[in-house]
Ligand binder design. Sequence first.
Ligand code: ADP
Length: 255
Amino acid sequence: MSLIKQSIPTKLIDENGLRLSGRKFDELRTTKLEMGTLKRADGSAYIEQGKNKILVAVYGPREVHPAHLALPDRCLLRCLYRMASFSVEERKSPAPGRREIELSKVIRESLEPALFLEEFPRAGIDVYIQILQADGGTRCASITAAALALADAGIRMRDLVSACAAGKVEGQVVLDIDDAEDKYGSGDMPIAMMPRKNEITLLQLDGMFEPDEFRKALELAQQGCHQLYELQRNVIKEKYKTIREEVASDEKKDK
Ligand code: ADP
């Protein structure tokens, strides 16, 4: 049995300005979004962003277990980010690691501002995020899908939350970095935002950015979020269009 190791790329951006994946500096990975994927969850969504494949299930608002975790004045939002053992090139231990615990917290904090948690004291909302395949930027793709799953569960929101990273590769600021660009590039800046309200709910930064590069990366990442927001909105509109058509056809049959 032979192990095939990924070779280290010598150039991340070619002479035509195209990245390893063939994208331009300001191009998102091809993204597919779906809602209502899981019938047993109150709300669910699936995202494919490049090679990332992520499933999100939402339950609630419902009774909190264990009960002592319930909050007297607001709803408890719990997010659980988990990577499947087969989601990365070398088998990942199924035990939750420090990174998964941290990402669960970061994702919860980026979604919280969009929810009216004060409307459901003592109740809980659980967001389960399962990374089936990872290729860089999974926290952002998880947030984008989780917002859609919350909307699918019928949970009232101030706005959707869309998330996207910008990065620095060979001295150039680029949008939506993948795993190779994350590993061999020199900076990663994931952001999440409520696009309609224009409020940022997450901003992280790994690597060194000059002030100009920082501004450029922030601008680019926000543009990426706005593009993802349009995709999220289209999926929601499509769902309600289908429901309206079904209701209209049922009413016709009843007459
Ligand atoms: P994000 O996925 O949000 O970019 P990181 O920057 O921590 O989060 O991870 C970047 C990428 O590194 C992941 O998307 C995944 O492709 C890869 N990765 C993360 N954890 C592991 C792991 N345990 N084994 C192999 N690859 C991993």
